[in-house]
Each structure stands twice: as C-alpha cells, then as structure tokens.
Design a protein around this ligand. Structure first.
Ligand code: C5P
Length: 223
C-alpha cells in the first residue's frame, strides 16, 4: 500500500507573504516545496522567449507539457539558462496571470505540480493548491491582505534591493492581477471551504509563521 504523503496548501493573492510562509514551513517540516507561481512564470517566460501569441492555446499547451524548466535549490533554469531573477519581473507576472486564465493551460500543468507530492511531504504555494491541485491536503491555509498593504510591502522590498518603485503603478498592477485571478472561470482564486483564512494586513510575518507552525503541529505532524 502506498504511504500517505502529507500536503500543506497555502493559497492567496500575490504579495501576501505566501512565499515566506511556505519557505518557513518547509524549513520547519523538512517537506518539499512547490512554488506553483514559478511554474506559471516559467511558462510565461517560455511564451515570451518563443514569441507565442497569448491567445494561441495549442502552442501554449504544447509548451506547458514539454516545459524545459528545472527547479533546483539554487534557482530556476530554462534550457540550462538561469532565469531566477528574470521571472520575478512585473511583466512576466502579467503574462503569467494572462495565460493562467486558460483552462487547457492549467490542466497541462497539473501533472507537473502533482509530481512534487512525495515523501516526507509537501508545502504547496499558489492560488488553487487547496481547491484544485491538492483538494485532499492535510492543512489548507489561505492568506489575505488589502491590495494597498501588499503594494506597500512590494515597494519596500524593491527599495531594499535598490530598485525605484512607483506605489500607484504597483497598486494598479496588483489590482489588475487580482481581478484576473479572482474572476477567471478556471480555478478562480478563492479559499477552499475547509481552508483556514489568515488576514495578514495587520500581522507581522513572524506572527503568521507562529500561527501556521501551531496548526501544522496539531493537524499535520501529529497524525
Ligand atoms: O504566485 P506568483 O505571483 O508567482 O504567480 C504568478 C501568476 O501565476 C499569478 O498572478 C496567477 O495568475 C498565476 N498562478 C495561478 N495559479 C497558481 C499559481 C500562480 O494561476 N497556482
């Protein structure tokens, strides 16, 4: 009989602290990490690189099924090229959220995401981890925060890297991306019925991590 692989699903909009929490829980549990947004971003990178039309569903699906990307501890590699920082741009995020509305593209990326669920367990970060990809996850967390709070955090992060950032533009980009993620027909962004929703607008990331650690101990590691 195959052994149960514990899964912790973390969903929510961009800039809400999912990545930091996912990394924290990965370190705490020793589980594997799936950054599903990075898969959508790598696909967006490939689509731009190959000059694919973003409405060309067949070409996007073909690329999604054969996506030549590798995730290793030191970064993301596309046909051997390190694209870790290139996929973090707002442009690639915008393309990723545009092609993520296409149901056939989402289905084509399903097997690749599911393959991350191996022992000793998985922390999966995304938009539809608890609703679609891992509906039987042992623990589902859904993080929220207002678009304004998330934009402020993003500006701070960019400034700390010496990048000049315009708060109005970033707020607008975040809202446009939220709109697409919430309103798409395929796997719209919403908490699973059995998800625990944590509003991080007025919580430090340390408090969010502490809260999540307690839940993981109670609901995942105790079974
Ligand atoms: O999480 P991240 O900001 O890297 O994701 C980039 C885009 O990929 C999101 O705005 C979203 O449209 C899409 N995405 C998705 N489903 C996921 C992860 C990301 O649709 N599970």
């Amino acid at each position: 009989m195959s052994q149960h692989v514990p899964v912790i699903a973390i969903d929510g909009p961009s800039g809400v602290g999912k990545g930091t929490l996912a990394q924290f829980l990965t370190d705490e549990t020793g589980f594997h990490l799936l950054d599903s947004g990075a898969i959508y971003r790598a696909l967006a990178f490939g689509a731009v690189k190959n000059a694919l039309a973003l409405e060309d569903v067949a070409a996007l699906v073909n690329l999604a099924t054969t996506l030549p990307v590798e995730f290793v501890s030191c970064g993301i590699f596309y046909e051997g090229e390190d694209i870790t920082s290139q996929v973090r741009t707002e442009e690639i995020a915008g393309v990723a959220s545009t092609i993520a509305v296409i149901p056939e593209v989402r289905s084509a990326l399903m097997a690749r995401q599911k393959a991350f669920a191996i022992l000793p367990g998985l922390v999966a970060d995304g938009r539809d981890m608890g609703t679609v990809v891992f509906p039987d996850a042992d623990l589902k967390l859904f993080l929220t925060a207002s678009a304004e709070v998330r934009a402020e955090r993003r500006v701070k992060q960019l400034k700390s890297k010496g990048v000049d950032a315009n708060i109005e533009q970033i707020t607008q980009d975040i809202k446009a991306r939220d709109d697409r993620d919430h309103n798409r027909k395929a796997a719209p962004l919403r908490p699973a019925e059995d998800a625990i929703v944590i509003d991080t607008s007025h919580l430090g990331i340390e408090d969010v991590c502490k809260k999540a650690r307690t839940l993981v101990k109670e609901r995942v590691l105790s079974t």
